[in-house]
Design a protein around this ligand. Structure first.
Ligand code: ARG
Length: 598
């Protein structure tokens, strides 16, 4: 029997079998296996306590009975001990660790192991989703970066992932933009930097149409024309959308993002009537002051009796659709058309109320129609702050364009790479071209990782110095760890680190304390992956990678790799190769690129 990808699964299965063999009520027993404090072993089963309490038995005695009934293979693989009132500790034997290292040796091997988690499930991930005819600014960074990492985590764990960019491409702003466009468009500027020009035209349109003015009425008429399919306005709108998408795609390609769909708000125009009809017929929505709304009386904030009632606005009083209308149609489309088992929407926390109301409404609606309800997840994040603790702005208080931010990241990384390069022996230096291409990976990776290494729920402080530092939990530190292991292979003439078959045969189980610590950490990769994926929180994987790099340093400082004894050398080379594999796989899952040399 092969060791399973996540050792905790083996232990859980062994405990369930032991419960049966020992004559315990196996139905009522859940092993509850968790990662243990490393001083006590690798995993700890806590389930005996709850079980014994329920069954009114002595937990220690139950634990002893269970442990005695554990099958021989498991007893060979783990040192099993009972601690405290009835916790059962499992420490993987060095031979088990070696077996794991042999079994899960490549990116595809790791993926194969992970794929059981979400096999057969379809997940739609809605992320980035900016509004068209505007620049992406620093506020758009987190959704793109976190969303992409979540897509990769889910896909690696076996899900079919559909990346959907829910563009904000509809709404009242287009009336003013068309109004401005028809009067002041500058063809040369449109050619040169379309988004810049569209922003300028919107500002002009907005300034020219104050509340109550005749001009505002004209702008409204432009919107009505657009919405009723006027060919001229529809063509303009398409032009805006296409130009926006081209500009967005430049950013996405730098961040390694490719969407499967751009189903923006406008896509749902012809799907709204059905939403109004169903919600009305089912009496989930009701008329209130001319609008069609949903109250959720079980949630005080959203109830009709709230101090300031704030119902979910399915259709506005003037008959127009809004953000809620399109999101209802979107949920339906993702369920029916994509057959989604899970839906993830990534936006900042300020949209919390909207999504809470949306999900409550969808739950009631789908229940009433007997539709299968996908798992609905609103993945939120905090703000990006400057070093003064206030929202990040340019020096003169303007918003920072995402493009400029990424340019600056690459420039600053180039300075770091050049400085490091100057320290190398002359014969070993990179050309300027090489420095630039390394700096692109380091610069963009630093921005991505600064975001992903933090619990997404918190705000984070954007600090160039910190994110570009070669020390600490940063992209340069991790990318450097990868490059360093590659150089160990190159300098040692150890061959291709992805071809380890001969090392695997010769290697003996890890023996020194630092070898064992590193091997244990490697075998915990599945745990970190599962945690990051199930909670939709990539930082759990980041923290793990950082710790792994630390364990590698500990090992590399203590244990010489190129030693005479072939078995000892083979197991150390194998540990190097696997660390490289897991670091690279993990960084790719977070959306970073990695380097051969740095
Ligand atoms: N366009 C929205 C914004 O810029 C985000 C859309 C998120 N997705 C959704 N289905 N509502 O805030």
């Amino acid at each position: 029997m092969q060791v399973s990808f996540n050792l905790a699964t083996d232990i859980e299965a062994a405990l369930l079998a032991a419960a049966k063999a020992a004559g315990l009520d196996a139905q009522a027993f859940s092993p509850d296996v968790r990662t243990a404090d490393p001083r006590h072993g690798d995993f700890q089963a806590n389930g005996v306590l709850a079980f014994a309490k329920r069954e009114k038995q002595n937990p220690r005695a139950v634990a002893e009975k269970l442990v005695a009934a554990i099958d021989p293979t498991t007893r060979e693989r783990y040192a099993v001990s009972i601690a405290g009132p009835g916790f059962i500790n499992f420490a993987a034997q060095p031979s088990t660790l070696l077996e794991w290292l042999r079994t899960y040796g490549s990116e595809s091997g790791l993926q194969h192991g992970a794929a059981a988690g979400y096999a057969g499930q379809t997940w739609v991930v809605d992320y980035s989703s900016p509004n068209t005819a505007k620049q992406m600014h620093v506020g758009h960074l987190r959704s793109a970066v976190i969303g992409e990492a979540i897509c990769r985590l889910l896909a690696f764990s076996g899900a079919k992932v559909i990346r959907d960019n829910h563009l904000g491409d509809w709404g009242t702003q287009f009336g003013k933009l068309i109004y401005g466009f028809k009067r002041w468009a500058n063809p040369a500027a449109l050619e040169h930097d379309p988004i810049e020009e569209l922003e300028r035209l919107y500002r002009l349109g907005n300034d020219a149409t104050p509340e109550g003015s005749a001009a505002l009425e004209e702008a409204r008429q432009e919107l009505v024309k657009l919405q009723s399919g006027d060919p001229e306005n529809a063509a303009l709108w398409r032009k805006f959308t296409e130009a926006s998408q081209r500009a967005f795609d430049q950013i996405y390609s730098r961040l390694g993002i490719r969407f499967d769909h751009y189903l923006g708000e406008s896509f749902y125009n012809d799907k709204l009537d059905r939403v109004y009809r169903e919600l009305t017929e089912l009496r989930i929505a009701e008329e209130s002051k001319g609008a069609l709304v949903v109250f959720h009386d079980e949630v005080p904030r959203f109830s009709r009796n709230a101090e300031r009632p704030n119902p979910f606005m399915v259709r506005k009083a003037d008959g127009a659709s809004g953000y809620a209308s399109t999101d209802l149609a979107t949920a339906l489309y993702r369920t029916e058309h994509f057959k989604a088992d899970g839906i993830v929407v990534v936006t900042d926390f300020r949209q919390g109320d909207h999504f809470e109301q949306l999900f409550l409404t969808v739950e009631k609606w789908f229940k009433a129609t007997g539709r299968r309800l996908p798992k609905l997840n609103h993945v939120t994040f905090g703000a990006v702050l400057g070093e003064n603790g206030k929202p990040l702005k340019t020096r003169d208080g303007g918003t920072i364009k995402l493009k400029d931010l990424l340019d600056e990241a690459e420039e600053r990384a180039l300075a770091v790479v050049r400085a490091k390069n100057a320290e190398r022996p002359e014969a070993d230096r990179f050309s300027d071209e090489e420095c630039r291409s390394i700096a692109r990976v380091v610069g963009i990776g630093s921005v991505q990782y600064a975001d992903l290494s933090q619990n997404r729920s918190s705000d984070y402080i954007f600090s160039w110095d910190k994110m570009l530092s070669l020390e600490g939990n940063t992209a340069p530190y991790l990318l450097y760890a990868v490059a360093r292991i590659r150089s160990i292979f190159r300098r040692g003439g150890l061959g291709d680190p992805s071809d380890t078959s001969s090392w695997e045969t010769t290697a003996t189980p890890p023996a020194t304390p630092t070898e064992c610590a590193l091997a244990r950490k490697l075998a915990k990769f599945p745990d970190a992956l599962a945690l990051a994926t199930s909670t939709l929180r990539p930082h759990f994987l980041g923290t793990y990678l950082y710790e792994l790099a630390g364990d590698f340093s500990g090992f590399y400082n203590a244990d010489k790799v190129i030693v005479d004894d072939p078995a000892e050398r083979a197991r150390r080379v194998l540990l190097c190769a696997r660390t490289l594999q897991v670091l690279e796989t993990g960084l790719h899952l977070l959306g970073l690129r990695t380097l051969q040399r740095m």
